[in-house]
Design a protein around this ligand. Structure first.
Ligand SMILES: Cc1cc2nc3c(=O)[nH]c(=O)nc-3n(C[C@H](O)[C@H](O)[C@H](O)COP(=O)(O)O)c2cc1C
Length: 145
């Protein structure tokens, strides 16, 4: 089955730190039930997300995200992929900006694909395939299960 990778960047309307836990929670459930995997990165003013999976499923999730009033999408890239880079067992991986600082600062507006590749490589290091899920705890730490 054809897989796609949709990546986008958006500007947050409310501070991500206030809404990130509920976004992750809702996303994990819906992404998992659609066999999609994802990585979400955020800084104090911006989101970056990659979602991989079956084309129609990824696109229907993206439509929800696009209409979410908590952010405004800046750019979006859709790529056909032979192999998914984010393990299917990770419906919603999470990275904060400290994990991709330079790229975030310098390339976010100018080189989206470089940014996407960097986000994937951060995620791949952080979430080896043995980890089935990650979530944000109330203390702000990432927990693995
Ligand atoms: C930055 C950002 C990323 C999101 N990523 C996802 C996602 O990967 N999957 C998902 O189902 N919802 C995601 N959402 C939430 C959706 O936009 C939408 O609010 C949610 O799916 C609605 O869930 P509900 O019907 O349970 O309220 C994201 C929202 C934001 C602001």
């Amino acid at each position: 089955m054809a897989s796609v990778r949709v990546s986008y960047s958006s500007i947050a309307c409310a501070p991500p730190s206030e809404v990130i836990a509920s976004i992750i929670k809702a996303s994990e459930v819906r992404n998992a039930s659609n066999a999609c995997s994802g990585l979400l990165g955020w800084s104090e003013w911006r989101y970056l997300q990659i979602i991989e999976g079956d084309s129609s499923r990824v696109n229907s999730i993206y439509k929800l995200i696009e209409n979410d009033p908590r952010h405004n999408i800046e750019w979006c890239i859709e790529q056909d992929v032979k192999h998914r880079s984010i393990v299917p067992s990770l419906p919603m991986g999470y990275l904060d900006s400290s994990e991709f600082p330079e790229i975030l600062k310098f390339h976010v507006e100018h080189d989206p694909l470089l940014l996407v590749n960097h986000l994937i490589s951060c995620g791949a290091k952080k979430y080896p395939s043995s980890i089935s899920a990650a979530y944000l705890s109330f203390s702000g730490e990432i927990k693995y299960i």
